[in-house]
Design a protein around this ligand. Structure first.
Ligand code: NAD
Ligand code: UD1
Length: 351
């Protein structure tokens, strides 16, 4: 197995879960994170869960010199690139910060990868690149468009990766387009730890249920959906983590076939893949399931639509199944149970 992986942003929400899945699958990991939206405590908890220390480097993806030292010291098979800023509202207020961090940071990372001849990358993209979809479910060939700097930064990186693959067919680049990641590790030891008041639905619901927040505002009840509230494709973060392992397995397979046969047919190039369940759940349905599994009331009120929101968004997950042999296994009940366990056990996150 070609097994050493650099995980940028590995101290964050999806990164920590993926580190565990990678370790369980036999990969050796090196985490590189500037801790701008995470903590050492998250890394400690991952180490405890896997029963061994993790190699952790505190560093920024925009720091080329430090990255070069890391690449010189390790023989990486691939990079999984989670590092990025992700708050839509903040990106509208601070676009330069977002383009600098997410786009310039990725360019720096890619330049160092090229220098050290590490040309395999799994990148955290997002369903946000599809904007307001024309048809549902959304497949990978759907039109891409974004309305905010965060989304634009993801789309810009996708375009850069596409151009890179065209320029040189030794690059193997898989942007995984996540739908709505929720849930937490079964142990309740790691999970999503938003700074301040959460922007996203699931952490908001669980903070209302645990009594930290009074009431949920439901943004819009007049959408053309099953009950008027927004519909999303919620996916358990553990399933999402497994999707990264499946993407690495795919890269390994293709690359060894390519090395063996030296045939264009086996080159990966730029290969975007949706990671979703293929099922839509409305805001009201999620609240109702969460209340049932937690036994807690989740008081809410209807409020006006949130700017930039869309009515419905769910994936076609066929390509992931066909190419990677991956599909989501966990249900909305699992997602609510696991989010609730994490919230209850760590009401203040990692603090
Ligand atoms: P997160 O904020 O928990 O994790 C991101 C990590 O990257 C953090 O630990 C942060 O400290 C680190 N980081 C940020 N900028 C960095 C930099 N310049 N150098 C080094 N480290 C840096 O977010 P997450 O939810 O785990 O998301 C991971 C990735 O997936 C992000 O790129 C995000 O945009 C993308 N994504 C997330 C979602 C979601 O809903 N969570 C959906 C779609 C895509
Ligand atoms: C948001 C981001 C998207 C990002 C994704 C995952 C926006 C416009 N989009 O997507 O770019 O990729 O998070 O991080 O911010 N809702 C409420 N009340 C709340 C919070 C949310 O009713 O307090 C509703 C929303 O209106 C939406 C649904 O819940 O219908 C899901 O919202 P959210 O969890 O923020 O995810 P997205 O809007 O899909």
């Amino acid at each position: 197995m070609k097994n050493k992986i650099l995980v940028t942003g590995g101290a964050g929400y999806i990164g920590t879960h993926t580190c565990i899945a990678l370790h369980e699958a036999g990969y050796e990991i090196v985490v590189y994170d500037n801790l701008s939206n995470s903590s050492r405590e998250a890394i400690n908890r991952v180490s405890n869960l896997i029963g061994q220390p993790i190699e952790f480097i505190e560093g920024d993806i925009r720091d080329a010199e430090l990255l070069k030292k890391v690449f010189a010291a390790h023989d990486f098979f691939s990079v999984i690139h989670f590092a990025g800023l992700k708050a839509v509202g903040e990106s509208v207020a601070k676009p330069l910060l977002y383009y600098n961090n997410n786009v310039s940071g990725t360019i720096t990372l890619l330049q160092v990868m090229a220098e050290y001849d590490v040309k395999n990358l799994v990148f955290s993209s997002s369903a946000t690149v599809y904007g307001d979809p024309e048809t549902l479910p959304i497949d990978e060939n759907s039109k891409r468009s974004c309305t905010n700097p965060y989304g634009q930064s993801k789309l810009a990186v996708e375009h850069i990766l596409e151009d890179l693959a065209v320029s040189d067919d030794s690059w193997n680049l898989i942007p995984l387009r996540y739908f709505n990641p929720v849930g937490a590790h079964l142990s309740g030891q790691i999970g999503e730890d938003p700074n301040d008041i959460p922007n996203n639905l699931m952490p908001y619901i669980s903070q209302v249920a645990v009594g930290k927040l009074n009431k949920l505002n439901i943004f819009g009840n007049d959408y053309p959906t099953v009950d008027g509230t927004g519909v999303r494709d919620f996916i358990h973060v553990t399933d999402l983590a497994q999707g990264h392992v499946a993407a690495l397995n795919y890269l390994e397979q293709k690359i060894s076939l390519n090395e063996y046969k030296n045939d264009q047919e086996y080159s990966v190039g730029f290969l975007p893949i949706n990671l979703g369940t293929g099922k839509g759940t409305s805001v009201l349905e999620l609240i109702s399931t969460f209340s049932k599994v937690s036994g807690q009331a989740v008081p809410y009120q209807f409020a006006s639509r949130r700017a930039g929101d869309i009515a419905s968004c769910y994936a076609s997950a066929d390509k992931a199944k066909e190419l990677l042999g991956w599909e989501a296994k966990l249900s909305i009940i699992d997602m609510c149970q696991d989010s609730w366990r994490w919230q209850r056990q760590s009401p203040n996150g990692y603090k």
